[in-house]
Design a protein around this ligand. Structure first.
Ligand code: CO
Length: 219
């Protein structure tokens, strides 16, 4: 364990190292942020957003919670999306899950976890939506991995269901939404290769918040 007081020593060294590497580091750090990416990931301490993508401070806007859930009633994540898209004009939104996710595991476990129940319910709902596929996977760890992937997919859909994303895409052809999974065993990121255009079109048959589909339905 790193002793508490060491954290400030580490911070000082971090500043010194960065300034030594780049004399403009602090100038750049204190300038307005213009990140092109919004990253929504798990709070898990083993998945450090900037580091795994090789991005510097200022390059990615980050939101993390247990099991990278995007729930429309969560003012936190919805505010982050609104701000990132409408004010920071991010070009890409990444939802990144990870194998061996404790939140996903807990949602597969029959137990009462108190205030975590309604949060993990989001993931149980993902299981229910894909129950046929998941129940057909005999191996429990493969089933767990697949639920991690399907959870990322469903949370991407949840991002695409927002008005701010639909309106920005209609106006600018960005942002696009991507689903990734981080593999703790290899350190590698896997792109689930979600076809954003196709998913958006499908989603808007029900969740259209722009009026675009209504206008173009008969054309
Ligand atoms: Co996790």
């Amino acid at each position: 364990m790193v002793p508490y007081k060491q954290l400030f020593e580490n911070n000082k060294k971090w500043v010194e190292d960065n300034v030594a590497r780049n004399a403009d580091f602090l100038k750049k750090l204190s300038a307005d942020q213009t990140p092109e990416y919004l990253y929504i990931g798990c709070s898990d301490s083993r998945v450090p957003a900037n580091e795994i993508m090789g991005l510097e401070p200022g390059e990615v806007f980050v939101h993390r919670n247990i099991a990278n859930v995007v729930n429309s009633l969560d003012l936190n994540v919805t505010s982050v999306i609104e701000y990132a898209v409408a004010y920071l004009n991010v070009k890409h939104i990444i939802v990144c899950g990870h194998y061996n996710c404790g939140g996903v595991k807990a949602a597969m476990t029959p137990t009462d976890m108190g205030i975590l129940n309604p949060w993990l319910r989001n993931i149980r709902d993902v299981y229910r939506l894909h129950q046929e596929e998941l129940d057909a996977i005999a191996d429990e760890s493969a089933r767990y991995d697949r639920l991690v992937e399907l959870n990322v997919f469903e949370q991407c859909l949840s991002v695409i269901k927002t008005a701010v994303v639909q309106e920005a895409y209609l106006a600018n052809q960005f942002p696009t939404v991507h689903g990734w999974v981080f593999d703790l065993k290899t350190g590698m990121l896997k792109d689930l290769e979600i076809d954003f255009e196709a998913v958006l079109k499908k989603i808007q048959k029900i969740y259209d918040l722009t009026g675009y589909m209504k206008e173009h339905r008969n054309k």
